[in-house]
Design a protein around this ligand. Structure first.
Ligand code: IPD
Ligand code: CA
Ligand code: CA
Length: 267
């Protein structure tokens, strides 16, 4: 089995586990830092994925939201790295919604080589290999060709911590004023994969690395431009920089970038 096949098998197994947990088990809830929801299914899926990687690839590094969320310097790693979000869209998951996914990225020599995002509730498997295009359930996908802000549907999301909400509200107002509409679907990994399929035209948000590592490759391989609407600090690899992410087709990207860089935070 190739690493890419292994990644997909793992995402499917973890997906089946979270569906089974929701349908047949008693979900328990905790709040990380008093505000961030986590269920027992998040922890079980994390364990399934990380145990399986450790068994098959004992020398590899693992960065997973639930079991190893420490910041690491990816450039300095001496072996491949796996970046995992066992459930992206936990709030949706816990409320019985169907927009949640397992996200697994495989990184070699500082480059995302494989990205797999699996929504077990819709049976949609988004996959990408570096240089190999992006696929949904095996069929090639590409970004939307919408270039008009007024006709574009833009997705975003909001942090659990309300401390930084004011500038976020200003940005939402600016985007809503200029674009056709906004979606807040509740899973950043799927939002980004939906850019890759053309279901959404643009996406922006500040995230954590496990939310977007796999989906980034899917979006890039589908023709999306990936970047940031604020400056990436010197010495930071832009592909792993989690603040102020912007994704869209290249023409719309330029327009959204101008829009987001000119938000008036004083009024
Ligand atoms: C969250 C989702 C959400 C985004 C949040 C993330 P989680 O991940 O991706 O769409 O707005 O910032 O934390 O907590 O469900 O894994
Ligand atoms: Ca997440
Ligand atoms: Ca998560």
């Amino acid at each position: 089995m190739t690493v890419f096949e292994f990644t997909q098998k793992l995402a499917r197994e973890a997906g089946e586990l979270i569906v089974d947990q929701r349908n047949n088990a008693q979900l328990t809830h905790q709040y990380k830092n008093g505000q961030e929801l986590v269920t027992n299914a998040d922890l079980l899926a994390d364990k399934l994925i990380t145990d399986s990687i450790k068994a098959s690839y004992p020398g590899h590094h693992i960065l997973s939201e639930e079991s190893s969320p420490e910041a690491i310097s990816i450039a300095d790693l001496d072996a491949p790295l796996w970046i995992i979000d066992p459930i992206d869209g936990t709030v949706n998951y816990a409320h019985g919604h169907i927009q949640s996914a397992v996200s697994i990225a495989y990184i070699e020599a500082g480059r995302i080589c494989h990205g797999v995002v699996f929504n077990p509730f819709t049976n949609e498997m988004f996959t990408a290999q570096l240089g190999g295009g992006a696929h949904l359930n095996g069929k090639a996908i590409s970004v939307a060709d919408e270039t008009d802000l007024r006709r574009s549907i833009i997705a975003t999301g909001f942090p659990y911590d309300k401390a930084t909400i004011e500038p976020i509200l200003k940005r939402v107002a600016a985007v809503l004023r200029e674009c056709a509409d906004i979606r807040r679907l509740g899973s950043a990994a799927l939002d980004i994969c939906w850019i890759a399929t053309g279901r959404l035209d643009g996406y922006y948000e500040s995230l954590s690395i496990w939310d977007f590592a796999a989906a980034q490759l899917v979006a890039r391989e589908a023709g999306a431009q990936w970047g940031h609407f604020s400056e990436v600090p010197e010495g930071v690899d832009p592909q792993f920089y989690a603040q102020d992410i912007l994704v869209a087709n290249p023409t719309l990207y330029a327009k959204l970038l101008t829009l987001l860089q000119n938000v008036d935070y004083d009024n």
